[in-house]
Design a protein around this ligand. Structure first.
Ligand code: ADP
Ligand code: NA
Length: 340
């Protein structure tokens, strides 16, 4: 009964990489013709860990440029940054009062990001999933394209929506909003590269914050950097298997095959049909060609776009205005419902 709407976000924390591209941004482009889409640079999430102000400002523009360079159309969709729409923070506070401590205590990303020094993590890092729920539900979005790492947070968003709908059921009905106010948002996690792993360690996800530059391919990498990183990528001594079964217990091989398949828009089985029995040096050379052909023009376009910061700021200002027009309506209703 809810109109279909897509929402997703990427943090402006630098080092946009192949995982962000395959797990999220390529999906944004694929969905833009079929859905009403809202794509957000989630700068308020970024400051859950320290960000240098000058650098943050630059990275907000860089992520916006990456969206556009990858093919996200800011006219067809809403492209904006979170901090410019105050309703995200407003709704997040209400969700802080809906979500339970026990729910947040189960979030594995907090445990990973806080590390050993948990007492010293920001309260924001802990409450981050509530803000993410607010990002999505301020627009009553029905679908969220994300990588596999966000699955648990999406489940929490559904729990929050459901508890709000239940706790306030009487008030929701009394104010004429029917019997459910928030949709139970579905994640869109599909394809051969929903979890791209580090090129140095097949047990860790490719991440912006990995200290090793060789662990990830960045969208801003030139052809030489891409070639070097792929050549240095960890593999095992066996040739490639000819069937998917043979990837079991070989995380690095599995990762490279998944990346190849996603870039080529084919299945892993197809890729193994071509490369089964061949050695990694041959496969890696083909992967370099594929990655350079696809990422090279994106990196160049990002560079071109970031040379005109005011043009990017204008896109964000326009998007923020359109986003706020929707979020204002949601918050008006939420306040009625809550009794403010
Ligand atoms: P990061 O986790 O690198 O800091 P974000 O949290 O900003 O990046 O995530 C932006 C989007 O990219 C999310 O949809 C997330 O699920 C996706 N993503 C991040 N890392 C990966 C990865 N290694 N593989 C697939 N998708 C990923
Ligand atoms: Na993430």
């Amino acid at each position: 009964t809810f109109p279909e709407r897509v929402f997703s976000g990427v943090q402006p924390t630098g080092n946009l990489h192949l995982g962000n591209y395959l797990g999220a941004i390529t999906k944004f482009v694929a969905l833009q013709d079929r859905y009403d889409c809202i794509y957000c640079v989630v700068d308020m999430h970024a400051i859950t860990v320290w960000q240098e102000p000058e650098e943050l400002k630059k990275t907000i523009r860089e992520v916006t440029a990456a969206f556009i360079a990858c093919g996200v159309d800011p006219k067809k969709n809403i492209v904006f940054n979170q901090s410019q729409v105050p309703q995200h923070a407003e709704l997040a506070w209400i969700f802080n009062c809906v979500a339970r401590l026990g729910w947040l205590n189960r979030m594995t990303q907090f445990k990973e990001k806080a590390g050993k020094d948990r007492e010293n993590a920001s309260v924001g890092l802990y409450a981050y999933p509530n803000l993410m729920a607010a990002d999505i539900l301020a627009y009553r979005a029905t679908h969220v394209p994300v990588g596999d790492d966000q699955k648990q947070h999406l489940e929490l968003t559904r729990d929050i929506a459901q508890k709000f709908n239940n706790d306030y059921a009487t008030s929701i009905a009394a104010h004429g909003y029917g019997d459910t106010f928030f949709p139970l948002t579905e994640p869109l996690i599909a394809g051969p590269a929903t979890r791209v792993m580090s090129l140095r360690d097949g047990s860790k996800k490719m991440s912006k914050s990995d200290p090793s530059d060789y662990s990830r391919i960045n969208l801003s990498d030139d052809a030489d950097a891409i070639a070097q990183k792929v050549r240095k990528a960890k593999t095992d001594p066996e040739p490639l298997p000819s069937e998917e079964e043979g990837l079991k217990g070989r995380p690095e091989a599995e990762n490279l095959v998944g990346i190849f398949a996603a870039l080529a828009d084919r299945t892993r089985a197809d890729v193994l049909g071509d490369y089964g029995g061949r050695n990694f040096s041959e496969f890696k050379a083909a992967l370099v060609d594929l990655a350079v052909a696809q990422l090279g023009p994106i990196g160049a376009e990002m560079k071109r776009l970031t040379q005109d910061p005011s043009a990017i700021d204008a896109i964000l200002a326009d998007g923020s205005e359109r986003a706020e027009a929707i979020a204002v309506e949601t918050l008006k209703a939420v306040k009625d419902i809550v009794g403010f």
